[in-house]
Design a protein around this ligand. Sequence first.
Ligand SMILES: C[S@@+](CC[C@H](N)C(=O)[O-])C[C@H]1O[C@@H](n2cnc3c(N)ncnc32)[C@H](O)[C@@H]1O
Length: 197
Amino acid sequence: MKLAEQLSLWSRAIGRGVFPHQMAWMLDLPGRGAIMSAKTVADRLPLKPNARVLEVGPGSGYYSVRVAQRIPDGELTLLDIQQAMLDKSADKLRAAGLSNFATQQSDGQSLPFEDQTFDAIFLVTVFGEIDARDAFLDEAVRVLKTDGVLSITEHHPDPDFEPADTVEACVAAHGLTPVQRLGWRWAYTVNAVKGAE
Ligand SMILES: C[S@@+](CC[C@H](N)C(=O)[O-])C[C@H]1O[C@@H](n2cnc3c(N)ncnc32)[C@H](O)[C@@H]1O
């Protein structure tokens, strides 16, 4: 790869905007679990064994395996704007012996699912990358079941990090009720519930 291409990838990886799939290895760096482990993310989701769960922006699948393991009778749907990320996360799930998953390429502005499909939707270090945030949240509310949970996790050093106050205000503006803020200022999860319409 040419030097200019390498520099461009590095600047996209450490700058704001969609994280480039060519740098997905950075998402799997040893030590990341000390900041936000897969167990922590899964523990913060309300997962029944038969739950239907949507993960937006799985990237390399760092968090996908643990969640899919928790829903052996359910299904994890992975949705990412980059097909190459979906290929990587699907490979990771298959390597872990899991088949209870599906993939969908989309930018999140419209979610190609029926109303009231998912028990939970989660995203980790993705919220700040989504350009059309209002459209995404409208769609997330539509495809969540009543009493379903939208779980947004953010942690540093993500360049698109959004503070918990901002995330709570955004989800509340779309009719969701923030019910939990877990973790601490620079590595947290906000869980918000869809009430009855
Ligand atoms: C920083 S990575 C995080 C990956 C994974 N969640 C993790 O924490 O390891 C951001 C991911 O969100 C995806 N993404 C960014 N904008 C998106 C959008 N509008 N719709 C769907 N996926 C998006 C990127 O392609 C990338 O896979």
